[in-house]
Design a protein around this ligand. Structure first.
Ligand SMILES: NC(=O)c1ccc[n+]([C@@H]2O[C@H](COP(=O)([O-])OP(=O)(O)OC[C@H]3O[C@@H](n4cnc5c(N)ncnc54)[C@H](O)[C@@H]3O)[C@@H](O)[C@H]2O)c1
Length: 246
């Protein structure tokens, strides 16, 4: 394994994912941002080139398991293995359960949960070879305490937590950690589209009375991705201004 750790961040083109890309690069990783959003990937590449950051980009739809596996194998070959994987890409298709379509349920599970599974399977081969890995999955407080109107999303994120704990147990002896970050209400493009009334409602429930920033999430991810965090596995760390404390 080369000295510089190679990290993959799915959904790394914008929002929380982009903050994670920057945080891992600042920590000394070479980082590849994977995303479907061409325009945002291009913007990220331009910024990285202008600022001399060690960041590359790949356009990939993570629901295409075969394409993702091929891409990860190539990236692993080119970079002496994959040291860090951050499953951050995620979508919402909110609606009350009584009126939610099968398509909206399936799509959210496919992007948020099944694609994360396929990404871990693809990256874990290289990590097992190198007997080293840090995997961080971006869940949500919706997956911890539930959220009305998000049965599909909460199921995907709760599934991510159960899956992470299971794979953490499978990979623990290989020096590979698997943890979850569960953000609460974070200001991003995903939440910008929510009605003002909904945003105010959430803020009213948060002890800190404000939303978090993508950097708040990225700092927690960077902590779990650190070399020195190797004795932490199977955990869920909520970054939520106290929303879920009990
Ligand atoms: N914003 C919040 O309040 C909040 C709260 C809890 C959890 N999260 C989670 O944090 C993560 C990032 O959220 P965000 O707010 O930055 O959202 P965002 O919509 O700004 O970013 C998500 C990124 O994922 C990419 N993506 C979506 N589907 C993809 C696919 N099939 N293949 C490849 N890339 C794909 C998008 O293009 C986008 O760049 C998500 O997993 C989300 O569920 C966000």
């Amino acid at each position: 394994m080369s000295n510089k750790r190679f990290a993959i961040v799915t959904g790394g083109a914008r929002g929380i994912g982009r903050s994670i890309v920057y945080a891992l690069e600042a920590q000394g990783c070479k980082v590849c941002a994977i995303d479907v959003n061409d325009a945002m990937l291009e913007e990220l590449s331009d910024i990285a080139a202008a600022e001399g950051k060690d960041i590359t980009t790949e356009k990939l739809d993570i629901t295409d398991s075969d394409a993702m596996t091929q891409c990860f194998n190539r990236l692993a070959d080119e970079n002496d293995g994959i040291s860090v994987l951050i499953n951050n890409a995620g979508i919402t298709r909110d609606g009350m359960s009584m009126t939610m379509s099968d398509d909206d349920f399936d799509l959210v599970i496919r992007v948020n949960l099944k694609a994360a599974f396929a990404a871990i399977r693809a990256a874990a081969r290289s990590m097992m070879r190198n007997r080293y890995g840090r995997i961080v999955n971006i869940a949500s407080t919706s997956g911890v305490i539930g959220n009305a109107g998000q049965a599909n999303y909460a199921a995907s994120k709760a599934g991510l937590i159960g899956m992470s704990k299971s794979i953490a147990r499978e990979l623990a002896k290989r020096n590979i950690t698997v943890n979850c970050i569960a953000p609460g209400f974070i200001q991003s493009d995903m939440t910008d589209v929510l009605p003002e009334k909904v945003k105010e409602y959430f803020k009213g429930m948060i002890p800190m009375a404000k939303g978090g920033t993508p950097d708040d999430v990225a700092n927690a991810v960077a902590f779990l991705a650190k070399e020195e965090s190797g004795y932490i596995t199977g955990q869920v760390l909520c970054v939520d201004g106290g929303l879920t404390m009990c």
